[in-house]
Write a protein that binds this ligand. Structure first.
Ligand SMILES: [Zn+2]
Length: 431
């Protein structure tokens, strides 16, 4: 199926990716099935894609382990060596800024703090591959049932604009950089039955709009916190499902039971334990990518795996929660001693939210080696603010960490670009 024709005719690529994904959802029944499928595909991919990337030239590559683990800094330092289109980093940024990519390709960038954004380049055929996989996973009734999908995301990667040609599927992209309030009337006029958006945007819609009637809601691009989930599910009376994706590709989607399963039919995951926590951090190899080699790429994300099997019976590993980013793990001073104590974002979030049920939003930042800044909405009572500070102090004391918490109350801004409720702004090397 990966012959000349499907590689060069994008719509065929969509169909083959769609049919393959549907077939695998039936035929992959055990872990052994998943591993056998991956082994077969990875062998071909190493030979055809990875070996063709200049970065890997001259290496003996027989198996995945023969490759070094790379991260964003390695990738961005030698961007042109990872893609067969020969796009340099400078050309990539120019293409993102001008909206004019090289012919036949799409170039996109991740959101992120300045200086820490990642680029990717994919062919049109790969765009359709991605879409075929995602439609097969998210829309069980397609193509018998039509779908109108609104994608509200903070980056316009042409990735999403692909398939408005088939009459069964309408897909419209809404660029979140224009602001959620501006977009809302347009989203309403589009009458989507499926909305894919960051959880804070879904929550904003739930709190500000009365006319949308979606049948399917997917949270994407940000950590899904329980406070947002509850409000969205209560308003629309449907289960909020998740899509975990990044410039690194499609990484996981929720099944009908609401469990987030890794997309192991298209991506190979190595899951590294994160010290002093029950979390893991993924190293991904996307064996559907052809233009840019995404091989043993270390991601910045923190996941908590789900230990019990999902009722859907899928052999794809399940994620209980995407917790946040590893560079948002707080690094705090050990009380009365040397060294530091890491505290993961989920632990901090839970301490704040469990302190008082009236807390429906917050921002917490590490601003110095021993200082935290907690921002809470203006309308909360002083006793709630005190309870949140006390809960945080208790948590840190129990962990043996030392920090001063400065609390402020102000209006929290509406969602725009990627929200991190728990954010480490301080870096050890800066002092
Ligand atoms: Zn499941």
């Amino acid at each position: 199926m990966r012959g000349f024709v499907s590689r060069h005719l994008p719509i065929l690529r969509f169909v083959t990716a769609f049919l393959r994904t549907r077939r695998l959802s039936r035929t992959l029944k055990t872990r052994a099935d998943v591993e056998a499928w991956q082994a077969e595909r990875i062998t071909a991919w190493l030979r055809e894609t990875v070996a063709a990337a200049p970065f890997y030239r001259g290496r003996r590559i027989e198996k995945l382990d023969d490759l070094p683990v790379v991260d964003k800094s390695v990738l961005m330092a030698a961007f042109e060596k990872f893609n067969r289109a020969g796009v340099t980093r400078e050309e990539g940024w120019r293409a993102v800024e001008s909206g004019r990519p090289p012919k036949g390709y799409s170039v996109g960038a991740s959101t992120g703090t300045s200086g820490n954004r990642g680029l990717f380049v994919i062919s049109h055929a790969e765009r359709y591959e991605w879409l075929g996989v995602i439609v097969a996973k998210l829309l069980p009734g397609f193509p018998l049932e039509k779908a109108r999908i609104a994608l509200i995301l903070p980056l316009n990667t042409a990735l999403y604009g692909a398939v408005n040609r088939t009459g069964r599927l309408r897909l419209r992209f809404f660029d979140l950089r224009r602001g959620v309030a501006t977009l809302t009337p347009e989203v309403v006029a589009f009458r989507p039955d499926t909305i894919i958006a960051p959880p804070t945007v879904l929550r904003w819609l739930a709190e500000h709009d009365r006319s949308l009637r979606p049948k399917r809601l997917f949270s994407s691009a940000e950590v899904l916190d329980p406070i947002d989930r509850d409000i969205v599910e209560a308003r629309y009376d449907i289960r909020l499902r998740e899509i975990y994706m990044a410039t690194e590709g499609l990484l996981a989607t929720s099944c009908a039971h609401g469990t987030l399963h890794l997309a192991e039919d298209v991506v190979h995951f190595e899951l590294e334990p994160v010290p002093e926590s029950d979390l893991v951090s993924p190293i991904v190899s996307d064996f559907t990518r052809e233009t840019q080699a995404m091989a043993r790429y270390r991601m910045n994300d923190l996941l908590r795996l789900k230990n019990d099997a999902c009722l859907c019976g899928s052999p794809l590993r399940a994620v209980a929660e995407v917790v946040g980013r590893s560079d948002d793990i707080f690094v705090l001073s050990r009380a009365g001693g040397e060294g530091s104590i890491p505290v993961t974002p989920d632990v901090l979030r839970n301490a704040i939210l469990n302190a008082d049920r009236r807390i429906a939003d917050f921002r917490l930042a590490q601003t110095g080696r021993r200082t935290l800044s907690l921002t809470l909405p203006k309308d909360l009572l002083a006793e709630t603010v005190e309870a949140a500070c006390a809960a945080l102090s208790n948590l840190l004391r129990n962990m043996g960490a030392e920090a001063r918490i400065a609390a402020v109350q102000q209006d929290l801004p509406p969602p725009t670009v990627k929200l991190r409720r728990v954010e480490r702004r301080w870096r050890a090397e800066e002092t």
